[in-house]
Design a protein around this ligand. Sequence first.
Ligand code: NAI
Length: 252
Amino acid sequence: MSDFINKTYLVTGATSGIGRATALALLKAGAFVGVNHYNDHDGFDDLVRELKDQCPEAGNRIIELPGDVSKRQAVEQMVAVLVEHTQRLDGLINNAGISQIKPFIEITDEDWDQLINTDLKSVFLCCQAAIPHLQKTGGTIVNVASELALTGRARFAHYTAAKGGVISLTRSLAREFAPEIRVNGIAPGPTKTPMLDAEAQVPGHQEPVDDIPMKRVATAEEIADSILFLASEKAGYFCGEIISPNGGSVMR
Ligand code: NAI
């Protein structure tokens, strides 16, 4: 997609799963990509190795941005470093997130705060830091929510509350910053990533794949394709929209 050539994107949580696939796709499409991670330098090295194999010419367009997206100072620093490097910011992909499966009654204050801070406050912080730069370029924001925010799910109360917040924040920002900045979101169904693999280890937890009309979970690359679509000029009239690639399990 030529839309991305020499543009600059920040992808949070970009050394694993959906974020990693998104960063790779943007790099292959010709973009400069700020790859945020939290204490995962090995994951960053691994991404650089894969990039060397698949798209060696992209090696000088990848910028490592370690930092905790739930901390204002870290977020402001990563945006500043990226903009200093490329002199511009065209897109922000708020992807970093954690999940936890726990009966509602057992969720502690610490669990709640960690999940809300990582999955929701991070979007607030990253958007605040990025928007002044995106206003200069007419940029775009894609927030990664979850299909579970649309359906709810037992033992996911704090996760779904955070992702529901991401959807509401997406719509309010879309209204506040259009037409300069397009803000949209994505609410994926279950996707084969380290997060889903970790959830599968939780006793009593199972993905109901047989109930999904497509009879499988998504690949990270499929979700990345939808994120790139929303970030591209092809989605030029999408504003405050939440698209949900979920194999047909939620039809609206
Ligand atoms: P993952 O666990 O493979 O990747 C998440 C990334 O976020 C990791 O790189 C992790 O280091 C990073 N991260 C976590 N806390 C961070 C922090 N404080 N600061 C910076 N980075 C941090 O997970 P996956 O599956 O790729 O998830 C990506 C996003 O997609 C998440 O927001 C998740 O909630 C969402 N999602 C995932 C689905 C799935 O089935 N895998 C379905 C729907 C949404």
